[in-house]
Design a protein around this ligand. Structure first.
Ligand SMILES: NC(=O)c1ccc[n+]([C@@H]2O[C@H](COP(=O)([O-])OP(=O)(O)OC[C@H]3O[C@@H](n4cnc5c(N)ncnc54)[C@H](O)[C@@H]3O)[C@@H](O)[C@H]2O)c1
Length: 224
């Protein structure tokens, strides 16, 4: 993936990992749009710190489809076609210990909403924005409506989602966070499959999803 000159969204861009990723992208010559729910003043003061015209802050709630879609459109308008997203936004709600599992239901809802639904929303809008710019008619050998499917071997973009070790080995106090991060892994696998599948001879897009899946896409029988 070429980073220099490419345009990326970093969700959770005002957080620890998102901030570090954004700085690294800028150092390598990329343009970066930070998405976060924190107030605009925090975003703009961080942007000022970077001393760069290559970074912008947009207040976006990634669990909201409309907010995310308009954020993505604003980035394309400002910077041009997107290369991808580092999706770092996420929450881990902490609460005092309780013996009643039902006390965690509202936390479960919150974390599923941001971590799981938010991941799907970000992946969907970024994938569509990349494909919209690079769309071309389907290959004539595929009996499909040309507006719906693409056939291409080019790498169109990259999406990296942040799951967590808590998704795979549940440990203390991950009752709700763990499942929400397991959902992130599942969404990543599904969207990567949707974007890469060769089984139907139709490749809708050529967007590499998640670094961890990089090498496995060469295996056509088991793309993930
Ligand atoms: N830090 C770790 O040790 C660790 C370990 C495993 C996984 N992760 C995951 O990596 C990602 C980044 O972690 P971090 O340590 O940088 O967290 P962080 O809390 O420092 O940053 C997360 C950022 O996401 C933003 N955010 C929260 N909800 C949002 C929403 N609805 N829309 C837009 N932005 C929103 C927050 O405001 C914050 O700036 C998270 O998904 C986290 O679950 C972190």
């Amino acid at each position: 993936m070429k980073i220099e000159g490419s345009k990326f969204i970093v969700t959770g861009g005002l957080g620890g990992i998102g901030g570090a990723v954004a700085k690294d992208f800028l150092r390598r010559g990329a343009k970066v749009a930070l998405f976060d729910v924190l107030p605009a003043e925090k975003g703009t003061s961080l942007v000022a710190e970077y001393h760069s015209t290559d970074v912008i802050y947009i207040n976006v709630d990634i669990s909201d489809s409309t907010s995310t879609k308009s954020g993505v459109e604003a980035v394309v308008e400002k910077f041009g076609n997107l290369k991808g997203v580092m999706h770092c936004a996420g929450i881990a709600v902490k609460r005092p210990w309780s013996n009643a599992v039902a006390d965690s239901i509202s936390d479960f809802r919150k974390m599923m909403n941001v971590n799981a639904t938010g991941t799907f929303i970000v992946n969907a809008h970024v994938t569509d924005a990349i494909n919209k710019a690079l769309n071309h008619p389907a290959h004539p050998s595929h009996n499909r409506p040309s507006s719906k499917f693409w056939t291409t071997d080019e790498e169109r973009g990259v999406i990296v989602n942040f799951s967590s070790a808590a998704a795979h080995g549940l440990y203390a106090r991950t009752l709700c966070y763990g499942p929400s991060k397991l959902a992130v892994a599942g969404i990543t696998r599904s969207i990567a499959y949707e974007s890469h599948t060769e089984k139907t001879s139709v490749t809708r897009s050529r967007i590499r999803i998640s670094k961890a899946l990089k090498n496995s896409n060469t295996n056509k029988q088991n793309p993930h």
